[in-house]
Ligand binder design. Structure first.
Ligand code: NOJ
Length: 554
């Protein structure tokens, strides 16, 4: 039973640990719903679709950055953390969204970007206007360049989007650090002023009723103050096993999160954090969710895994074990706005995911991808803990791989000289209704900021709603059953024996999930009822690329 007032005193509104098994829907705001027809999604658009999200059966939404931004990185370059970009709306719209969402029984998470600001942020502008060594510069990471005139970068660190992680100030020997684009200068978390500022920003939004914050690159804030070379070719989103890396996953970040947790705990109704931390192992990830630190952390292992039963089982076991050791629930993710959509990944024999550098090589079989994506949804939603659904995965959207070069906006595309296509292909606006662009994304006549494939006319919400064969109805059923059956959500799982390529596990003695990742059918265990199947099949043999939830006799 849903409560109409989240965080209030209703039946479910204050459920202790609501987030431990929550399904949270990621809204990439630029591409969700556009109310004013400028081609870019906005807050009023989100408000108009809350009924859809409530009916889908998710518990909460996470909205990607909505702050004023020059959009050098889709809003992850924040110019003012206490305001809303005019193309997305106003503070009043944000407050109205939070209120409306709560009335729909949905909690609201927003995105916090603490590692870097926009170069247009007042602080960075002040830093540029102030001399080396000034307090204004001390909010960012400025260093003297190497060589007689300081003409070489201070060290060999590279930007995630390609090229050096340092940019030199004109006419100076000073360089500033940006682990991402040059328009995203890194803040200096050695400076107490930065800590105070973010505590105040947290309060600003918690006071406005947000239920949680996603912490962008939570593993990057603290840097080795000796600034040593990395001395190794390294991709952040494919981290090496290095524990003592000069800027990823350093011990110092944890003290920041302990202080944030204390702050959030002062608020009623369990306000939560979810960490985005690309770290090499589940055990390193678990350190972010130790008691007194953040509540949850995305586990990106499944998102990086090909359609491979053995590997998936290891990932599930390792994550359950690592999270169990610290008493936190795992948080599963198949797709987000930084990687190629999983339908497309599963439509190829092997896909390597390095964030902006997803390697999509060879022809894709979208039909196979869809079959597997349907099965993967039942797998993910049967696992213990929480899960994130990325907008459009419930519609079976694929990665749009043929966007014209001139429309690509991801800084990764240009900074890699086009060797990485970047992440625009998973950010194409959502098709809601109708037979042609903009497919209800905006008012008729709207030109979405990225073009939608004409074939998406068959994937609109309107086309799928009420069609029992659609992936949207599969998500509806799965989320409803998950909510109704106590076996799902938090807890453990028990593996059952099966042939190679089978994932077969019990959530309690009466509920079982079977996924066939092999090329051969296998015989399902005795059961009383099929609760849900990702595709129809006759008899008792589970065909390849299908998942099923079974009720067994106890
Ligand atoms: C992770 C975000 O998800 C991504 O979109 C962004 O480019 C980087 N962090 C930098 O903020």
């Amino acid at each position: 039973m849903r409560d109409a007032r989240i965080g209030g005193d209703g039946p479910d509104g204050d459920r202790q640990g609501w987030w431990r098994d929550a399904v949270i829907y990621e809204i990439y705001i630029r591409s969700f719903a556009d109310s004013d027809g400028n081609g870019v999604g906005d807050i009023t658009g989100i408000r108009s679709r809350l009924g859809y999200l409530r009916d889908l059966g998710v518990d909460a939404i996470w909205v990607t950055p909505w702050y004023p931004s020059p959009m050098a990185d889709g809003g992850y370059d924040v110019a003012d953390y206490r305001d809303i970009d005019p193309q997305f709306g106003t503070i009043a719209d944000a407050e109205a969204l939070i209120g409306d969402a709560h009335r729909h029984g949905l909690r609201v998470l927003i995105d916090l970007v603490p590692n870097h600001t926009s170069h247009r942020h007042r602080w960075f502008q002040e830093a540029l206007a102030s001399p080396p060594g000034s307090p204004q510069r001390a909010r960012y990471v400025f260093r003297t360049g190497l060589g007689p005139g300081g003409e070489r970068p201070p060290n060999d660190w590279t930007s995630v989007f390609g090229g050096p992680a340092w940019t030199r100030l004109p006419g100076e020997d000073q360089w500033y650090l940006h682990l991402f684009a040059p328009e995203q200068p890194d803040l200096n978390w050695e400076n107490p002023r930065v800590h105070r500022e973010f505590a105040s920003i947290l309060r600003f939004w918690l006071d406005r009723g947000v239920d949680g914050l996603r912490v962008d690159v939570a593993n990057a804030l603290v840097k080795d103050q000796d600034f040593p070379d990395v001395a190794e070719e390294l991709d952040v989103l494919e981290p090496t096993k290095l524990i003592d890396h000069p800027h990823w996953d350093r011990e110092g970040v944890h003290e920041i999160y302990r202080s944030w947790r204390r702050l959030a705990d002062e608020y009623p109704g369990e306000r939560i954090f979810v960490a985005e931390a690309w770290v090499p192992t589940p055990y390193r990830l678990a350190r972010y969710v130790r008691p007194g630190e953040l509540h949850s952390a995305f586990n990106f292992d499944l998102l990086r895994c090909s359609w491979d039963a053995e590997r998936m089982r290891t990932i599930i076991d390792d994550n359950l074990e690592a999270m169990d050791e610290v008493g936190a629930p795992p948080t599963w993710v198949l797709s987000n706005h930084d990687v190629a959509r999983h339908l497309t990944r599963y439509g190829r024999p092997h896909t390597a995911v390095f964030g902006p550098r997803t390697e999509l090589v060879g022809p894709v079989d979208l039909e196979l991808g869809l079959r597997r994506a349907r099965a993967a949804a039942l797998l993910m939603l049967a696992l213990p803990g929480g899960a994130y659904v990325y907008q459009g995965e419930e519609l079976g959207l694929w990665e749009v791989e043929d966007l014209p070069d001139e429309l690509l906006q991801d800084p990764a595309f240009r900074r890699s000289d086009g060797t990485a296509r970047g992440r625009d292909g998973c950010r194409v606006p959502i098709p809601w209704s109708g037979d042609s662009q903009p497919f209800g994304f905006g008012p008729s006549g709207t030109r979405p900021w990225l073009p939608q494939p004409p074939e998406w006319k068959d994937l609109t919400v309107e086309a799928q709603l009420g069609d029992p064969a659609s992936i949207l109805e599969l998500y509806h059923s799965a989320l409803r059953i998950r909510r109704e059956l106590p076996a799902f959500g938090e807890g453990g799982l028990k593996w059952l024996d099966g042939p190679p390529g089978a994932l077969l596990f019990e959530r309690d003695p009466t509920v079982l999930c079977a996924v066939n990742i092999s090329a051969e059918p296998f015989r399902l265990p005795e059961h009383a009822e099929v609760l849900l199947a990702s595709a129809q099949f006759p008899g008792n043999q589970l065909p390849p690329n299908i998942a099923v939830w079974l009720r067994r006799t106890a």
